[in-house]
Design a binder for this molecule. Structure first.
Ligand code: HXC
Length: 520
């Protein structure tokens, strides 16, 4: 064997050893927990053969606690570049088999390198987290590493899409990187996120709670909203990330890919002409409306289990990616509350940052009232959604289906918040409040002054009829140009698509500023 061949053999051996991470025993242990390794995850995520790895031979530089005696090539994270459906992405996947995927300074340098490349080259950055947190032996160096990553998350925000997959532990300050990214996905039963684990919680607050109850996927997908998706296993989680990417552009200077469809633009849906119940107190399912108007009825929902009174997600309309925001009359009558407002606000801002038009479907009785909401700052949180719509310069098409009352009417992408095209179904009621509430406020004293209960009922009914005539329809708003047209429900798909095509070249500015001061 020549010297050169010897050297090549060594390279091949060293690569093979690096690919084993912390060794076969730890890989087996990872599998026994129902988890994949970092490399297996990357292989599932990227197009076959597309992965180019960087920094495979990086080793940590720590000498504390005999760390200089344990070195693993790659140092607990696999980083590189590849493609998903032919589109470039940058990726890092923490390798739990090496020091529990804990973050060393060198690991952070590897992660920062791909984050920088993603930003420079205008491609999404995907982080697959599986880590015991800061590498304890490195102390402040590890913490500094986190700081470097967070700063890059912030600088990349709104420029390239950032997606976090949580495939194992993610604890302490480490949770803030995923929280800074655009979308966070967790895997049920094998991943968790919290600032402090159950033992610390017990010692500080006395509360008895296990990892799953404290920060499992179901908790964050339904209660806190920290996770946008909770997958049943890792394969499903990876598939969700890939599908999500198909709706979004590579960066803020591009548009999302078009997805050609055979679904006719002028397809009508007669069932929509029947969907609104006669009684305003009866619910219907907003998913049926969404399914009836988007291409092939296909809707990619985000935050499915969190604040279900509002629905958000992506779909295509005549091949164009759109963000859908819709009140859900089936849950809490579609009322806006703290969680619904912040859920929708973040989504609207994502769509706006990444040139994705927003289609808003309105059936909202108002904001939820009461001390719980007021103490929780429903005012500030509601203002987030108002702000998000008002600042958004992407095409905004709004369809009011039924109720659109009070402050919630304004918040839900009304004309005055620079809504581009605002349509209403004939069943719309656009007013300060519903008829019952209004009659009570305006005529309670007058009605009480009448002794005969039958007469009281009569006056009530008369006043309600008067109010209904005036406001429980879209024509007051249409007369004043606050909505652009009253449309037949069955034609909604066609009308929205035509609006989006009209608005495809939209350009709108906001005044120059350092940055806004969104009510946080
Ligand atoms: C160094 C670590 C480590 C860490 C785990 N390991 N966490 N090494 N620093 N933070 C090592 C273990 O020593 C072990 O090494 C291997 O990883 C696997 O760990 P196990 O404990 O055997 O695995 P498991 O039983 O599955 O438990 C996983 C775990 C536990 C729950 C994550 O390891 C754990 O509690 N780790 C500490 C978590 C933590 O408190 N981190 C700090 C959070 S604060 P060997 O050699 O045996 O394989 C933080 C601040 C960030 O991160 C601030 C940012 C601003």
């Amino acid at each position: 064997m020549s010297i050169q061949q010897e050297k090549i053999k060594k390279l091949v051996e060293r690569r093979a050893s690096a690919r084993l991470g912390g060794g076969q025993k730890r890989i087996d242990a990872q599998h026994q927990k129902g988890k994949l390794t970092a490399r297996e995850r990357i292989a599932l995520l990227l197009d076959e053969g597309s992965f180019e790895e960087f920094d495979m031979f990086v080793q940590h530089r720590c000498t504390n606690f005999d760390m200089d005696k344990q070195h693993f090539d790659g140092d607990g994270v696999v980083t590189g570049q590849g493609t998903i459906d032919g589109r470039p992405v940058y990726v890092f996947a923490q390798d739990f088999t090496v020091s529990g995927g804990s973050l060393s300074k060198t690991m952070s340098e590897k992660i920062c390198k791909v984050m920088d490349m993603a930003l420079r080259n205008g491609a999404p950055c995907i982080g697959l987290n599986d880590s015991g947190g800061a590498r304890i032996q490195e102390g402040i160096d590890a913490l500094a590493g986190y700081g470097e990553i967070f700063e890059r998350n912030i600088l990349s925000s709104g420029v390239i899409p950032q997606i976090s997959g949580i495939f194992g532990p993610c604890a302490g300050g480490a949770v803030y990187s995923p929280a800074l990214t655009d979308f966070t996905l967790m895997v049920k039963d094998t991943s968790y996120m919290f600032l402090t684990g159950p033992a610390v919680v017990k010692s500080v607050t006395g509360e008895d709670v296990n990892q799953e109850q404290l920060g499992g996927a179901s908790v964050h997908a339904s209660k806190s909203g920290v996770a946008h998706f909770a997958a049943k296993d890792e394969a499903e989680g990876i598939a969700v990330i890939k599908e999500l990417l198909s709706y979004i552009p590579q960066n803020n200077m591009e548009e999302a890919p078009m997805v050609p469809t055979d679904d006719p633009v002028d397809r009508t849906d007669d069932s929509l002409n029947e969907i609104i119940p006669d009684s305003p107190n009866k619910a219907y399912d907003m998913y049926r409306v969404i399914g009836g108007i988007v291409d092939d009825g296909k809707f990619f929902e985000i935050h499915k289990d969190f604040a279900k009174n509002i629905i958000i997600g992506f779909a295509h309309m005549n091949g164009r990616s759109v963000g859908i925001v819709a009140n859900q009359p089936k849950i809490l009558a579609g009322v806006l509350d703290i969680n619904a407002s912040r859920k929708a606000a973040r989504f609207v801002r994502f769509c706006d940052a990444f040139n994705i038009p927003i289609v808003t479907l309105v059936d909202v009785p108002g904001f939820l009232c009461g001390t719980q909401q007021e103490y929780g700052a429903v005012i500030t949180n509601g203002a987030k959604l108002l702000y998000a719509y008002g600042e958004a310069t992407v095409p905004k098409v709004t369809v009011t289906l039924r109720k659109s009352y009070g402050g919630a009417h304004i918040v839900m992408s009304c004309k005055q918040l620079r809504g581009d095209l605002n349509y209403a179904w004939p069943s719309s009621e656009i007013a300060v409040m519903g008829a019952d509430g209004a009659v009570n406020v305006l005529y309670a004293k007058e009605i009480k002054a009448v002794a005969d209960p039958e007469e009281q009922k009569k006056i009530y009914a008369e006043k309600k009829a008067e109010y209904d005539e005036l406001f429980s329809n879209p024509y007051q708003a249409a007369q004043k140009g606050y909505i652009d047209d009253v449309i037949e429900p069955r034609n909604t798909r066609f009308r929205v698509i035509r609006a989006l095509e009209q608005l495809a070249g939209k350009k709108q500015e906001i005044p120059a500023k350092k940055h806004d001061n969104l009510p946080l």
